[in-house]
Ligand binder design. Structure first.
Ligand SMILES: CCCCCCCCCCCCCCCC(=O)SCCNC(=O)CCNC(=O)[C@H](O)C(C)(C)COP(=O)(O)OP(=O)(O)OC[C@H]1O[C@@H](n2cnc3c(N)ncnc32)[C@H](O)[C@@H]1OP(=O)(O)O
Length: 172
């Protein structure tokens, strides 16, 4: 039987300070720097779940809701939502905090997909991810649909095989 692991075991929290080298000429955190931080936090979550080397396979839509300013404290929270065979979907939330003014806002959210690989870079199976809380169950339940959408968009699945998507959009 395949090994199981609670999704909460993969939880990662990472905190960074926005320094001058991280910013553009408007003193805002650069988008690419943000994606780098998100990739690292999410990869650590996938590694914790699988105890394997992981590679980033894809990143779903990342939107930059509000600018993050020089001197802000950035908090990234990542957790595996669901594991398939060798791949894992990781959900990540990003918060920016201005400590002197006591304000904190959610600025980004995304889903990353990582694939566990062996020393030769070949995909290798990972434990099943078991959700426990209502929020974890909701993310788990939506993960198959999101997987099919990204595989169709990435040209890795035929739309006709995306059964969850068809059911979601009520397509015959
Ligand atoms: C332990 C304690 C912690 C320790 C704490 C250490 C800290 C440590 C810090 C971390 C450090 C930072 C980590 C950065 C991670 C990188 O940045 S890695 C660099 C960027 N990424 C890459 O270079 C990946 C390049 N691509 C590849 O190697 C191959 O395409 C892949 C992803 C391995 C897939 O290989 P493939 O031959 O296509 O394999 P295939 O059998 O067709 O598919 C395998 C799985 O991949 C999935 N897949 C393939 N393509 C896609 C796609 N586009 N979208 C979604 N899924 C896909 C398939 O659906 C399949 O999933 P399963 O059905 O098995 O679940």
């Amino acid at each position: 039987m395949r090994k199981q692991r609670p999704v909460k075991d993969s939880f990662v929290i990472m905190t960074e300070l926005v320094l001058p080298n991280d910013t553009n000429t408007l003193n805002n955190l650069m988008g690419g720097r943000m994606m780098h931080l998100m990739d690292i936090a999410a990869a650590i979550a996938a590694q914790k779940h699988s105890n394997r080397i992981v590679v980033t396979a894809s990143v779903d839509n990342v939107s930059f809701r509000d600018a993050i300013r020089l001197g802000n404290v950035v908090t990234l929270q990542a957790q595996v939502t669901r594991a398939f065979s060798s791949s894992m979907e990781v959900h990540i939330d990003v918060w920016a905090e201005d400590i002197p003014s006591g304000t904190k806002m959610k600025t980004n959210e995304a889903f990353f997909t990582f694939v566990a690989v062996d020393q030769s870079g070949r995909p290798i199976d990972v434990p099943e991810a078991v959700p426990e809380t209502p929020e974890e169950i909701q993310l788990y339940d939506g993960a198959l649909r999101r997987r099919q959408l990204r595989l169709v968009l990435g040209g890795r699945m035929k739309p006709a095989d995306a059964t969850e998507l068809k059911a979601f959009f009520d397509i015959e």
